[in-house]
Design a protein around this ligand. Structure first.
Ligand SMILES: Cc1cc2nc3c(=O)[nH]c(=O)nc-3n(C[C@H](O)[C@H](O)[C@H](O)COP(=O)(O)OP(=O)(O)OC[C@H]3O[C@@H](n4cnc5c(N)ncnc54)[C@H](O)[C@@H]3O)c2cc1C
Length: 647
């Protein structure tokens, strides 16, 4: 009677012989009262026209007319009586079903286990965030009191996985830090465990698959299929911009995207194994030809191919080749995977597994549009080109200021409606960190021109010989968890380079306003003196508080003894002079990060709390991470905020 819920039960629910057979089985083969009630409930759920009494009456009736299998019967007439089952076949079938449902349960159990693994880590991260946010860390001083805590913090929370390598470019892309790598390692090991254990077979007694080998092949296919459903949901959740877990954990979106990649790989692994083993099972059982004609089989193939391609096209190599092509391709393939999986599962009434996926996707898109609307839609922005540095400052004076609030370090996705550029740029959104000296005057983004839309806008301005123009932009955000712990710090050491200065500047501004932090140092590394021009408003703002903040600018390609006024190599350049920035300490050459950061930390009052913020060139961030890691072991109370995000 259990046909997996694919067809209707009209026949079974109206046929007396069928009811009689079911009643005999139900009453004679249910060992406990509880099971009997469950079996009755199941019957009434599928055949609401039957009552308990109908079943008992049917049992009485059936036992009178029931015949054994061995009794002769006429094949030419319709035999309207139940046939008593063969006990051996019954026992074998029962065992077969038990094993089969055990496989489903295992799939659910392992799938939930893998999700539970991340749930546990997210819970711990949330508690850790609360611990920081409530200031408990500053009261308990665990890392300064206990060497073991210091060791954990230095070697797991802060350290890169190996040497200094973390954000700096590697052929594999950015390398997760040591803690993230351990989380991933644990996840990979758990994935392997889900595949290799707890398989049971019953050889030739099985009524579905006549050998243990055929059973195991099928069970692997079923188990991996179930696990992939869990992984698909988690993959989507971790990818979304509006993921509430970012708020809970305080993790960066890049951290979630790192996990998204690994959970996605796990999903693809299980989908592939599901497909391969089901194909194997189909061949072994001789079902392949008939299955290939079934739509559910074909949609399954679509989903498998789509997600396999996604894994390859999502690699660092293709992302770097062209980020936008990767992104559009990734979304289209995800759509194919979703639709393919939906129709594949609809066949066995399991498509509902993808409802959360659709809900997450739709929710994310709706919130994204809402955020843009709340900002004020497409608003006017003035774009200024600083050609020598290939930097654009995008200033937005008017937007919905009463609604749109942001915190230091937060970023927003900008949609450039630059009608002089190509139309397809309209759909692109690029993340940039929000800067503002005074919100009433508007917000700004410092945009380094890369190879895509940012370069296009720059080239367009050069072509037209203008250094300023007005375009319309839409802003979606703000994104990024609010950093509560930095507000209470005693020492803020802020290091940045190029357009990475946005976040550190905003932290400095916040700390100056709060008037609690005794020691603020703001370092910025750029190539030339004229670079100060596009950051002048912010430098002047900091200079007004020069009694509380030390401002140091490294000019990496400038000679100390050359004329301080920049020789204008372009008509677009304004001369910039040292005298314009009396409160700014100019240093020439490269910032020797190891020495400077170590010295700054050593200069902080012993036992005071230190926040180190880094953003800019990946190597700068990696060097700072390395110094902080070592200094924590020397018993300094340091929190590292590496604001650089790459994905
Ligand atoms: C959270 C965050 C904050 C950022 N803040 C700033 C900032 O304040 N100033 C600044 O100059 N740059 C910032 N960036 C980098 C900036 O987003 C990219 O340089 C920009 O998107 C490049 O656009 P493009 O079309 O010219 O890039 P392309 O030349 O096409 O791509 C260059 C690289 O930029 C990155 N990138 C491109 N598009 C995206 C995207 N949609 N989402 C994420 N990364 C992308 C990719 O790593 C890609 O390899 C930030 C990035 C992130 C993730």
């Amino acid at each position: 009677m259990d046909n997996g819920g694919w067809a209707s039960y009209i026949c079974q629910c109206t046929n007396n012989v069928s009811l009689g057979a079911y009643a005999v089985c139900l009453i004679e083969k249910t060992p406990t009262e509880k099971l009997r009630v469950q079996a009755l409930d199941w019957l009434k759920e599928h055949c609401p026209n039957y009552s308990d009494q109908d079943v008992y009456d049917a049992y009485q009736n059936a036992t009178v007319y029931m015949k054994n299998q061995s009794e002769p019967y006429s094949a030419s007439v319709l035999n309207a009586y139940p046939i008593r089952y063969n006990e051996t076949i019954y026992d074998n079938a029962l065992e077969t079903f038990e094993i089969r449902y055990e496989v489903f349960n295992d799939g659910m159990f392992f799938g939930m286990g893998l999700c539970g693994y991340f749930a546990l880590i997210i819970l711990l991260a949330t508690l850790f965030r609360l611990y920081k946010a409530t200031g408990l860390d500053r009261i308990l001083h665990l890392s300064t009191r206990f060497k073991f805590v210091r060791f954990l913090k230095s070697n797991f929370l802060v350290s890169s996985v190996y040497g200094k390598l973390c954000k700096d470019d590697h052929w594999l892309g950015a390398i997760p830090n040591r803690l993230e790598s351990l989380v991933i390692l644990g996840f990979v090991l758990l994935n392997l465990l889900t595949l290799f254990f707890h398989y049971r077979s019953n050889g030739t007694r099985n009524v579905y698959w006549p050998s243990s080998y055929k059973q195991i092949v099928r069970y692997i296919a079923d188990r991996t299929g179930y696990i992939s459903l869990f992984m698909a949901n988690l993959t989507w959740l971790f990818a979304s911009r509006n993921n509430f877990l970012i708020w809970c954990t305080g993790w960066k979106h890049s951290t979630f995207l790192t996990y998204h990649k690994w959970v996605g790989r796990s999903c693809v692994l299980h989908v592939l194994l599901h497909s391969i083993f089901l194909l194997w099972s189909s061949v072994a059982m001789g079902y392949l030809t008939s299955r290939q004609l079934q739509p559910y089989y074909r949609w399954g193939c679509v989903a498998t191919v789509a997600c396999s391609i996604m894994t390859i096209q999502g690699s660092s190599f293709f992302r770097k080749l062209s980020y936008e092509i990767f992104l559009v391709g990734h979304i289209l393939l995800a759509l194919f995977f979703l639709v393919g999986s939906w129709f594949h599962l609809a066949h066995s009434s399991m498509a509902f597994w993808f409802i959360p996926v659709i809900a997450i996707w739709v929710f994310d898109r709706v919130v994204r549009i809402t955020r843009m609307v709340l900002f004020g839609g497409y608003v006017k922005a003035s774009v200024e080109l600083h050609r020598e540095d290939e930097v654009l400052t995008v200033t937005i004076p008017n937007y919905n200021k009463s609604f749109y609030k942001f915190s230091p370090g937060q970023y927003a996705y900008v949609y450039f409606a630059d009608m002089e550029s190509d139309w397809y740029f309209l759909w692109q959104s690029h993340p940039f960190t929000i800067v503002s000296c005074d919100e009433t005057e508007g917000i700004k983004f410092f945009v380094k021109a890369k190879r895509g839309i940012t370069k296009k806008i720059m080239e367009n301005m050069i072509l037209r010989g203008v250094s300023k123009k007005t375009i319309r932009v839409a802003v979606e955000g703000p994104y990024g968890a609010i950093n509560w712990s930095i507000k209470r710090t005693d020492n803020a050491l802020l290091y940045s380079s190029s357009t990475g200065n946005a976040g550190p500047f905003m932290y400095a501004r916040q700390l100056l306003a709060l008037n609690k932090t005794a020691n603020i140092k703001f370092y910025w590394s750029v190539q030339h003196m004229h670079s100060l021009e596009w950051f002048s408003q912010e430098l002047h703002f900091l200079s007004q508080h020069s009694d509380r903040v030390q401002i140091v600018v490294y000019l990496t390609k400038e000679d100390e003894f050359a004329d301080s006024d920049t020789e204008s190599t372009s008509s677009l350049l304004k001369p910039v002079s040292k005298e314009d920035y009396p409160a700014v300490e100019l240093r020439y050459g490269r910032m020797v990060v190891d020495e400077i950061v170590a010295q700054d930390i050593e200069e902080c009052v012993k036992n005071s709390h230190i926040s180190v913020v880094s953003c800019g060139h990946p190597k700068l961030c990696d060097d700072i991470r390395h110094v902080v890691k070592n200094k924590i072991m020397e018993n300094y109370q340091i929190d590292l905020h590496d604001d650089l995000q790459k994905w």
